[in-house]
Write a protein that binds this ligand. Structure first.
Ligand SMILES: C[N+](C)(C)CCCC[C@H](N)C(=O)O
Ligand SMILES: O=C(O)CCC(=O)C(=O)O
Length: 402
């Protein structure tokens, strides 16, 4: 069956060759005109002034060109011609959504998530070789894809040199600067008044819980250690959150809805708290079954206040209950993170860089003796995902559906 199009006062209705039929509001179609006059072909930005479109705009004609597979619409106010490819129309159909796309979830596609616990990683370590990454784009792609899937990946046989390490990190994308610096190179000298710059134990945590947007990724390269301890552990926070949801849905609900503050205030001229408080387990607003970020650092957690939307003005007992349940919930979460079946221990060595997803995988370090020097950097989430997408797709396919 060939595609057809009709229109009424409100919508253009397109029936595709597979009989799928969708309706498009006139103003929506006019606003999304991708002709050279309305849309910058190179920058992929809108040139059209949306607010000059008459709100009651209508087509004077619609027609499907079967040779080019385009819908042609001529508008009644100025005879402007808009053309839309049928594949673009189908990909962007919203009323109804195309078959198989009803949950709208495939939009944020940056790699298949492979949950892990200790069993899953018993015979397998996500890793790549320095030489491959430094000299080939396929090597970078392999590194990015493994990091996306497992939430962490080692690079083996890295020169034990901070300059070469920075170069390696920058193979993926830009370094995200913070008050710790861009590329950091640190020892236990308390230069930043944070426990990371001491030799005491740091339990499983994500970094930057106190920023409005925590760093998406973090890398570590141990340059030197002449002493004992300083063991790293990793735990898949997404796997733990989903496990908590199964074992205790009430705690999951609490941790994914109660906003919790964290702070960074060790230095003279630093005082950071997020603009908007957010929960410890952040779920996708459109799909509450999907965990998108873990914010957890018990050392940096601020004083608990009952958020307004949870506070019971007329019930002291309910407020008592709230605090009691909150402490039980974080305790259950912490227990699962450190569970024997879940937490993986690694003794980092010079020559080995660890990159991990700081929104998903929590890290820890045991206390240590001796001199220990570590370098590394942060990336923002969006820069990494952009690199993932451009490495794994053809640019023309990515921009085709914009
Ligand atoms: C990684 N680097 C050493 C630069 C900073 C570490 C900061 C750790 C901190 N308590 C936090 O959660 O942010
Ligand atoms: O020193 C380490 O091994 C890690 C320190 C740490 O947890 C951090 O910098 O966030």
């Amino acid at each position: 069956m060939a595609a057809t199009a009709t229109f009424n006062e409100k919508v253009v209705s397109v029936t595709f060759s597979d009989r799928f039929k969708s309706h498009y509001n006139h103003i929506w179609l006019r606003d999304n005109c991708h002709c050279k006059q309305c849309y910058h072909d190179v920058t992929k930005q809108r040139l059209l002034d949306t607010f000059k479109i008459p709100t009651d705009i209508q087509p004077s004609s619609v027609e499907v060109d079967h040779v080019s597979s385009f819908l042609k619409v001529v508008w009644n106010n100025d005879e402007h011609l808009s053309t839309f490819s049928l594949s673009w129309l189908k990909a962007n159909a919203y009323n109804p959504l195309p078959p198989g796309n009803e949950d709208e979830d495939d939009d944020v596609d940056y790699g298949s998530y492979s949950p892990w616990n200790k069993k899953g990683l018993r015979y397998f370590t996500p890793e790549v070789e320095y030489d491959d990454v430094i000299s080939t784009t396929d090597g970078v792609k392999d590194w990015v894809n493994k990091t996306s899937a497992y939430g962490f990946c080692f690079v083996q046989n890295v020169p034990v040199d901070p300059i070469k390490t920075k170069e390696l990190i920058e193979r993926i994308t830009f370094i995200k600067p913070t008050h710790y610096g861009g590329f950091w190179d640190f020892t236990a000298d308390m230069s930043k008044n944070d426990t990371a710059y001491s030799n005491i134990e740091i339990p499983l945590h994500t970094d930057g819980t106190y920023w409005s947007e925590a760093p998406g990724y973090q890398s570590f390269h141990l340059l030197k250690h002449n002493g004992t301890g300083g063991t790293t552990s990793l735990s898949d926070g997404f796997n733990v959150a989903y496990t908590l949801k199964l074992l205790n849905p009430k705690y999951f609900e609490l941790l994914s809805t109660v906003p919790v503050d964290f702070h960074c205030a060790g230095e003279e001229d630093v005082f950071i708290q997020p603009v908007v408080s957010r929960p410890i387990i952040i779920v996708d607003e459109q799909n509450k079954d999907k965990v998108v970020q873990i914010r957890w650092n018990n050392s940096d957690r601020s004083v608990l206040k009952i958020p307004k939307s949870f506070y019971q003005m007329n019930s002291t007992a309910m407020n008592v209950d709230f605090v009691e349940t909150f402490y039980k919930a974080i305790s259950a979460f912490r227990e699962l993170l450190h569970d024997d079946e879940q937490e993986m221990f690694y003794q980092l060595r010079p020559g080995q860089l660890l990159l991990f997803d700081n929104w998903r995988v929590l890290h820890s370090r045991t206390s240590f003796t001796g001199e220990r020097r570590m370098c590394g950097a942060y990336y923002s989430k969006d820069d990494f995902i952009s690199r993932y997408k451009t490495l794994n797709n053809k640019r023309e396919d990515l921009v085709a559906e914009l």
